[in-house]
Design a binder for this molecule. Structure first.
Ligand SMILES: [Cu+2]
Length: 116
């Protein structure tokens, strides 16, 4: 009984070790690939969306957005704060690429580019 228990523990430890090294190897490769593509941070900062509503007076824009990796947010339609200069170059229906950040407690579009 005792010998069999030891063997089970050993096998368990070996497979745990194999999984850990496989994960480490995979993580490193993915990291390297992101660097090679020159998008290590960019991919996480930018999200894509479609303009649904613009309220210049209130300084707000409603976007139907894809995943916001930086904020850990799934795709949804929501309203962001944005300054007038940014809102003035938008129209409803525009496809945009943007960066959203929390500024003084409000989710704010800090960078935006209208996609062709
Ligand atoms: Cu959202």
């Amino acid at each position: 009984m005792k010998a069999r228990f030891t063997l089970t523990v050993l096998v368990g430890l070996i497979s745990l070790g194999a999984v850990a090294s496989a994960m480490a190897a995979g993580g490193h490769d993915a990291h390297g690939a992101a660097h090679a593509a020159g998008m290590h941070m960019e991919a996480a900062r930018y999200a894509e969306g479609t303009v649904r509503k613009i309220d210049t007076a209130a300084g707000k824009v409603t976007l139907k957005h894809g995943p916001l990796a930086q904020l850990g947010m799934p795709p949804m339609t929501m309203t962001f704060t944005a300054d007038a200069a940014l809102l003035n170059k938008l129209k409803v229906g525009d496809k945009v690429r943007f960066v959203a950040e929390e500024v003084n407690g409000a989710l704010t579009v800090t960078e935006l580019e209208v996609l062709p």
